[in-house]
Design a binder for this molecule. Sequence first.
Ligand SMILES: CC(C)(COP(=O)(O)OP(=O)(O)OC[C@H]1O[C@@H](n2cnc3c(N)ncnc32)[C@H](O)[C@@H]1OP(=O)(O)O)[C@@H](O)C(=O)NCCC(=O)NCCS
Length: 157
Amino acid sequence: MIDSGLRDRAGRHVTLRPVDDDNWRAVADVAPRDDQRDWVAALAARYLLLSMRSEVWTSVAVYADDTVVGHVMWGVDDDGSRWLGGMVVDASEQGRGVGRAAVRTLTDWLAAQDGHQPIRLSYHPDNVSAATLYGSLGFTPTGATADDELVAELTLS
Ligand SMILES: CC(C)(COP(=O)(O)OP(=O)(O)OC[C@H]1O[C@@H](n2cnc3c(N)ncnc32)[C@H](O)[C@@H]1OP(=O)(O)O)[C@@H](O)C(=O)NCCC(=O)NCCS
């Protein structure tokens, strides 16, 4: 379990846990709002498949207390940089502080692995929620793009 001790606005304890035999169905069913489907997959199932098929990505389940509320995945690029991807909070759980706690929990954990490596992610230019969230956590656009998305980076030291 990855745990920074963070809570959402309702006081629920937000943690990141491995995808396992018990929770994979709930993680696969995590879905964004319909109007967010232009920017992310319609179901987290697609990210789970990507993690299974790729040696780069590892999916984790986002929990609020003991309920699966989202999906996020992390990876290490050839240059050693850490990447965060597939961040989706289920539509029914958005706006409660889960996304902020989940991203901070993962970046804290990645930084503890190797604080000298930047942490990168990308988001669609029209995705205001994502841009605002990541910007408020210290990510700054690098100027690079990946698949029509803006790449942003958190430099730790
Ligand atoms: C982006 C996302 C992960 C945020 O998760 P969340 O749990 O709803 O976010 P939080 O409640 O923790 O809010 C965190 C910040 O996000 C931003 N945010 C959230 N909803 C927003 C909205 N409707 N408009 C603008 N900013 C918003 C705010 O900066 C907010 O800051 P605050 O904590 O000061 O309120 C979630 O909206 C989501 O899953 N979206 C669909 C998938 C997606 O776009 N993922 C990112 C791909 S790069």
